[in-house]
Design a protein around this ligand. Structure first.
Ligand SMILES: [Zn+2]
Length: 398
C-alpha cells in the first residue's frame, strides 16, 4: 500500500469507534512467522469465548476468525510485515457489520501487537506517515552555516561551512570605511556560497516541502531579504527561527523551536494550492479542471500539472461485471456501490474496489503530473470538497 493510500486509510480507521472493547488490532513485524501469529490468535479466540457480554463476545470471536482466515491467504509474511484491523463497524445498535482492513505498509513494522479496544491502535502506522513530511533547515550566522534535512524527527546534516567573514571590530590601522566595505563584500560572498549549496541540495530534494531559516543575529534576515536563493527554493521558505547557536546545536535548537511553524506549514501549503486552484477557476479561461471525468480526460491528454484530491472524498473506483457486457470500471460514492449496466439495466456484480486516490496514483504515472491531497479541515478544503473533491491545475487550456 502506498503512503498516500495509507494516510487516507489511517484517517478512516481513526474515525471508527467500537460500542465496546471489541475492535481488534494485530501487528505482525517484518520477518515474523505468520503461522505463529495464527496460533496465538487461535488461543486468543479461546480466551475471547469467556467474554461475558454475548454481542461483544460474538463480535470479537468473529473478528479473530476473519483475521485468522485472512492470514492463511499468505504464503509468507509480506516484506514489511502486516497490520490487520477488524471489528464491528455498524452504526446501528445490535447490528453487526464485521469488516477487515488489512495493511501491507510501505515501511517495515517493528511492533508486535494483539490488542482489543474501542478504537484501533494506529500509532505505528501514523509514525510512518509522519516521517514523510520532510523539511529543510538552513542554520547560519556570519561564522558558520549548516544545511540539513528534517525527516520526521530525524535531523540529517548535509552541508557544513565555516566562513572567514571577520567580526565588526577591525584590526587597528585599517580605514574603517574600507574595512566595512571589505567585510560587506565577504558577507555577500558567504551568503552566495550558502545559497548555492542550498539551491543544489533543495533542487535535488523536491520532497522537502518547507524550509526554515535559522540562526543567531540578523544574517539570516539578510539572506532572505536579498534573495540569494533561486525563486523555486525560496518559495519553500516557511519562516525563520532565532537560535542561540549555529552548528549541530543550532540545528537541534531550530527543530525544538519550530513546532508551530511546522504545524502551520502543511496547512499553509494546502491553502496555497487551493487558492491557486480557485484563482484559476474564477478566471474566464482558467487553467483548471474539476470532477473525476474532466480531470481524467485532461490527464490522458497530458495537460495536467497537478491533480488535487480531497481526503474527505468518499468515493471509490469500483470494478463491475455485467453478465452480458463484461467488465467496467466506475467512480461511485461509497454508499452508491450498487450500479446497473448502462446498456442492459442489469444490476452488475462488484469485483473489486479501490480508493480514488489510489486510482489517480496510477493514472498520473508517465505524465510527469504531481498528485496532492488536501484535507477538508480548512475553509478552502471544504469548498473544494463541495466542488467534487477532485480537481486539476492544467499546463495549458484544453
Ligand atoms: Zn449489460
Amino acid at each position: 500500500m502506498s503512503e498516500i493510500a495509507l494516510k487516507k486509510l489511517v484517517k478512516q480507521l481513526g474515525s471508527i469507534r467500537g460500542r465496546h472493547t471489541e475492535l481488534v488490532t494485530v501487528y505482525v513485524p517484518a520477518g515474523y512467522s505468520l503461522h505463529e501469529v495464527s496460533t496465538q490468535l487461535k488461543s486468543e479466540q479461546g480466551t475471547a469465548e469467556n467474554i461475558k457480554s454475548k454481542p461483544v463476545r460474538k463480535n470479537v470471536v468473529s473478528s479473530l476468525e476473519k483475521i485468522i482466515r485472512h492470514i492463511q491467504l499468505y504464503k509468507k509474511t509480506p516484506e514489511h510485515g502486516l497490520a490487520l484491523f477488524c471489528g464491528n463497524v455498524s452504526e446501528k445498535e445490535g447490528a453487526a457489520d464485521i469488516q477487515l482492513f488489512p495493511v501491507e505498509p510501505p515501511e517495515p513494522i517493528k511492533t508486535k501487537l494483539y490488542w482489543c479496544d474501542q478504537k484501533f491502535v494506529l500509532e505505528p502506522l501514523e509514525e510512518m506517515i509522519k516521517e514523510k513530511e520532510v523539511y529543510g533547515i538552513i542554520c547560519l550566522d556570519k561564522s558558520e552555516a549548516d544545511i540539513a534535512i528534517l525527516s520526521g524527527k530525524k535531523i540529517l546534516p548535509m552541508v557544513h561551512f565555516d566562513s572567514i567573514v571577520p567580526g565588526k571590530s577591525r584590526a587597528g590601522g585599517q580605514s574603517s570605511l574600507r574595512f566595512a566595505r571589505v567585510r560587506e563584500g565577504m558577507l555577500q560572498d558567504w551568503l552566495k556560497k550558502v545559497a548555492e549549496a542550498a539551491n543544489k541540495l533543495f533542487g535535488e530534494h523536491k520532497e522537502v516541502i518547507g524550509i526554515i531559516i535559522s540562526g543567531s543575529g540578523p544574517v539570516k534576515e539578510f539572506f532572505i531579504r536579498d534573495n540569494y536563493m533561486h525563486a523555486e527554493v525560496s518559495q519553500r521558505v516557511i519562516g525563520t527561527v532565532d537560535t542561540s547557536y549555529t552548528g549541530e546545536f543550532g540545528l537541534h535548537e531550530t527543530v525544538e523551536k519550530s513546532g508551530d511553524l511546522l504545524k502551520e506549514s502543511s496547512v499553509i501549503k494546502e491553502k496555497k494550492l487551493l487558492q491557486r486552484f480557485f484563482d484559476e477557476l474564477h478566471k474566464p479561461h482558467g487553467l483548471v479542471a474539476y470532477g473525476v471525468r474532466e480531470v481524467i480526460n485532461a490527464l490522458e491528454m497530458g495537460a495536467v500539472d497537478t491533480v488535487i484530491v480531497s481526503e474527505g472524498l468518499d468515493m471509490k473506483e469500483v470494478e463491475y461485471e455485467c453478465s452480458q457486457h463484461g467488465l467496467q470500471k466506475k467512480f461511485v460514492f461509497s454508499d452508491r456501490k450498487a450500479q446497473k449496466c448502462e446498456q442492459c439495466q442489469q444490476t452488475m456484480k462488484v469485483l473489486g474496489e479501490r480508493e480514488v486516490i489510489e486510482s489517480f496514483e496510477e493514472k498520473v504515472k508517465g505524465f510527469g503530473t504531481r498528485l496532492e491531497t488536501v484535507s477538508s479541515d480548512t475553509r478552502e478544503g471544504q469548498q473544494f470538497l463541495y466542488l467534487g473533491g477532485v480537481g486539476a491545475l492544467l499546463r495549458y487550456n484544453i
